[in-house]
Design a protein around this ligand. Structure first.
Ligand SMILES: *[C@@H]1O[C@H](CO)[C@@H](O)[C@H](O)[C@H]1NC(C)=O
Ligand SMILES: *[C@@H]1O[C@H](CO)[C@@H](O)[C@H](O)[C@H]1NC(C)=O
Ligand SMILES: *[C@@H]1O[C@H](CO)[C@@H](O)[C@H](O)[C@H]1NC(C)=O
Ligand SMILES: *[C@@H]1O[C@H](CO)[C@@H](O)[C@H](O)[C@H]1NC(C)=O
Length: 357
């Protein structure tokens, strides 16, 4: 009964969103962030106005008060007049090994898992450990696992042990096991960084600089995309494209801003039907693409369902919500594609575990 009611509320809200408030619809598509252990008061007020799709948390946000703060955001949202019948997405990077923001597991890095005597079982355990870590903080989504297939010891992914293997098939087996374990516990998983940063050198960091990966489309499809086939077959919830440029397929736009990568390759060729989420929109890799609002528009037009405003200030998220709403109102962002993206986001939110509602 409860589920049916929630679905109906979500749909009716969506159908009136056009006339009532484009900003509320745009709000579903933007994830906010802030600095330090004291959440800014304006975040609650923005949540109450329906302008927040979720929050990304970093290590410096984490202390013993965080679980209660998250519970209070969900409660504020649920009590508001804009509640869509499903929770805010509350996420972090809990990859494992050195790269995790919360106490707890996964204790092993992806590299250690890939080299275990039973990698599939080790990856499955890591997915369960990630779910437990999220649960302890009232979070419902993880920006993991990394499905990049590293090439050379010490390269971009391997230097922090963030790749399961240089064997694409094995990386797929591990990724699918992690995803199945974490998602069956009720926590959203995200495969990144599509189509792959495995060929990136140690200093080719898209957070900092533009990165061009001059590999052939054949190499990308026969190595980097192999784990995505396994992950999609396992029911993967979200995909985060990379901000690298792959001239072999699109010489103009980095994957996350590329209609070719998102629509033709990820959705049409690989058959992904879930939600796409951007990497940090303020990333140095995108310096040629204008300010954060312009980048968010390009990303949305290319098919990026959710935009990550990861600069740890709330005004960044607000500016992006306004830019998306203005573009919808002005007709420079296609309403029917955006509606479809909104529906994908709402369906995903409805399926998260009841304890994180
Ligand atoms: C939401 O409403 C419930 C029930 O009235 C109340 O107990 C709770 O404190 C409210 N939450 C917030 C954050 O205001
Ligand atoms: C790659 O991994 C798969 C799955 O574990 C395995 O069957 C295959 O033999 C491996 N390939 C190589 C070249 O080691
Ligand atoms: C990749 O290709 C671009 C364009 O052809 C070129 O400018 C760049 O130097 C190449 N980078 C590497 C690492 O080969
Ligand atoms: C928030 O972050 C954006 C993106 O990096 C930046 O342009 C803006 O100046 C920041 N605002 C504040 C108040 O720090």
């Amino acid at each position: 009964m409860k589920t049916t009611t929630s679905v109906a509320v979500g749909l009716s809200l969506l159908s009136v969103a056009h006339g009532v408030d484009l900003q509320v619809q745009a709000g579903y598509h933007v994830i906010y962030s802030y600095e330090g252990t004291v959440p800014p008061t304006e975040l609650s007020s923005l949540i109450e106005q329906g302008l927040v799709g979720g929050v990304l948390l970093f290590s410096d946000n984490v202390d013993e008060n965080l679980p209660a703060a998250i519970e209070s955001w969900q409660s504020t949202y649920k009590n508001s007049s804009v509640y869509a019948g499903s929770p805010l997405l509350i996420m972090t990077d809990q990859e494992g090994g050195e790269v995790k923001r919360l106490p707890g597991g996964p204790t092993s890095s992806e590299k250690v898992i890939g080299e275990a005597s039973d990698p599939e079982e080790a990856a499955s355990q890591a997915g369960s450990q990630a779910a437990s870590a999220l649960e302890a903080y009232n979070m419902n989504a993880n920006l993991a696992p990394v499905l990049d297939v590293f090439r050379t010891p010490g390269d971009f992914d391997d230097q922090y042990q963030r790749s399961y293997s240089d064997n694409a098939t094995l990386a797929g087996v591990c990724g699918a096991a992690f995803i199945a374990a974490q998602q069956s516990a009720g926590y959203i998983a995200t495969a990144k960084h599509f189509p792959g940063l495995g060929a990136a050198a140690s200093n080719e960091n898209t957070d900092e600089v533009p990165v061009t990966l001059n590999i052939t489309l054949n190499e990308i499809r026969s190595i980097d995309e192999v784990p995505y086939q396994s992950a999609i077959a396992a029911g993967l919830d979200m995909v985060m494209p990379s901000w690298a440029l792959y001239p072999a397929f699109d010489s103009q736009y980095p994957s996350g801003l590329s209609e070719k990568w998102i629509q033709q390759e990820l959705r049409a060729r690989l058959g992904f039907k879930g939600v796409t989420i951007s990497d940090a929109i303020e990333a140095g890799a995108l310096k040629a693409f204008g300010d954060d609002s312009n980048r968010a528009l390009l990303a949305s037009r290319a098919g990026m369902d959710i935009i990550l405003a990861a600069a740890q200030n709330v005004t960044q998220g607000q500016a992006i919500v306004k830019a998306l709403a203005d573009a919808l109102g002005g007709g420079t962002l296609d309403q029917s594609s955006f509606d479809a993206a909104t529906q994908r986001i709402l369906s995903l939110r409805r399926k998260v575990t009841p304890s994180t509602r």
